[in-house]
Design a protein around this ligand. Structure first.
Ligand code: CA
Length: 426
């Protein structure tokens, strides 16, 4: 209504441009108001107040000026009480950054390892696909295949070693220690079955193998001290170590030198390198690792028969090669070529001259899927349940000292009881 009246008023005003006119209408409060309009006798037009746009701009400018002065006031605040807190915050930030960088480089290594692993898996998948195709194309045999011959049965039986036999079963994993930082995600732990003074038979040794400069060997008085995390000895290796294949025997640590096929015998008591020798033609640094990856190209093992190396060569085309080594000189005494691909299994261990392979490093319910007997030079498929409780088993070895399996499963140093077909001599 008000708008209508205002409009009428405006029209009236327009009709009476050159003379006095009466304007009547309601104001905002609804009250009736009379106004008279008289043209100016002297001015053609009124001097206009500033346009509303200009007023608005002025207000906005004022606000901006205020903001600028506030902001510049903050940035120009003189150093004072806030400075100390600032320094502390900066130091904390730097610290966090350093930690993040360290963590990042470790994770980078892990990422690269996983990449290689993925590549290996892709290759295996392709291989399996080809194998499936080949089998599909092959015609079905008309007559059942002849049973495999067992030449070893005709041989004169060799006298079994004391307590030696076949692996029948593996118990539940028992965790002895959880590594407390990322460097212990994978590693190797071991006991010397024939220790040399000053180290006694209870001594347990451990190496965290995450990172590129792995040199520290931690010694613990016994399993309890290992569980508590109190080493009594820390040895620094001159040559950095690669992967989780190290082992202990007769007072020496045996391991593969980083980025090489060189084996090293390091005497614990004398704390020096007693022998260095290349393992002929052995692949290294990711050429023939286990399915887990992690440069597990050369895996050393000790059993009732001595010191062994499990690896592969270009000639063997990735199949596992087993060599019995001279523990003093590291020379190869004898080698066996198996027909199981190293990249197809997670790890291996040797008991009584028989090499066993584990199918998966991550499946919680895996199996020991193959055994190779160096006595008969024969391999066969088996299926013995094996548990990867923590789903990331990077090292599995037979501990001759304990007659158990030792493993490193996702930060956990675990052991497994085993049952053999002939119980160990007592
Ligand atoms: Ca092993």
């Amino acid at each position: 209504m008000f708008l209508l009246l205002l409009l009428a008023g405006l029209l009236l005003q327009g009709d009476a441009q050159d003379q006095a006119s009466l304007w009547r209408g309601n104001d905002r409060s609804g009250r009736c108001v009379y106004s008279f309009t008289v043209p100016s006798p002297v001015e053609a037009s009124c001097p206009q107040p500033a346009a509303p746009e200009v007023e608005a701009l002025k207000v906005r400018l004022g606000v901006l000026e205020m903001l600028v002065s506030q902001l510049s006031g903050k940035s120009l605040q003189p150093p004072g009480g806030r400075q100390g807190a600032g320094d502390r915050a900066q130091a904390e930030l730097q610290d966090a950054l350093n930690r993040a960088v360290a963590e990042r480089s470790l994770l980078q290594g892990e990422k690269e390892r996983l990449k290689r692993e993925m590549k290996a898996l892709q290759l295996r998948m392709e291989e399996m696909r080809r194998e499936t195709e080949r089998l599909r194309k092959r015609p079905c045999p008309q007559t059942p295949a002849a049973p495999p011959s067992h030449p070893q049965r005709d041989r004169a039986p060799t006298r079994p070693l004391e307590g030696c036999g076949d692996l029948l079963s593996v118990g539940e994993p028992v965790s002895h220690r959880r590594a407390d930082n990322i460097a212990g995600k994978y590693g190797v732990w071991m006991q010397d079955p024939e220790p040399v003074s000053p180290y006694g038979p209870n001594m347990v040794w451990r190496i965290d193998t995450v990172g590129t400069e792995v040199r520290q060997l931690f010694g613990y008085e016994d399993l309890e001290q290992l569980s508590k995390g109190f080493p009594s000895k820390v040895l620094l290796l001159l040559d950095p170590l690669e992967s989780t294949g190290a082992t202990l025997y007769r007072g020496s640590l045996y391991y593969q030198r980083r980025l090489s096929r060189t084996l090293i015998r390091y005497e614990l008591a004398a704390e020096h390198v007693a022998a260095r020798r290349e393992l002929p033609h052995a692949g290294f640094h990711g050429q023939f690792p286990y399915s887990w990856g992690g440069y597990t190209d050369i895996d050393l093992a000790v059993d009732e028969k001595g010191l062994w190396a499990v690896y592969s060569t270009s000639k063997a085309q990735g199949a596992i090669v087993i060599s019995l080594l001279d523990p003093l000189s590291l020379e190869v005494r004898r080698s066996w070529e198996t027909n199981i691909r190293k990249s197809s299994v997670a790890n291996s261990f040797i008991i009584c001259g028989k090499m066993y392979t584990v199918a998966s490093y991550s499946a919680p319910d895996s199996t020991i899927n193959y055994v190779y007997d160096t006595e008969t030079s024969q391999g066969k498929a088996v299926s013995i349940p094996f548990k990867n409780k923590y789903r990331y088993n990077s090292m599995i070895d037979y501990s001759l000292a304990q007659r158990k399996l030792f493993a490193w499963d996702n930060f956990h140093l675990v052991s497994y009881d085993i049952r053999m077909s002939h119980s160990p001599a007592t």
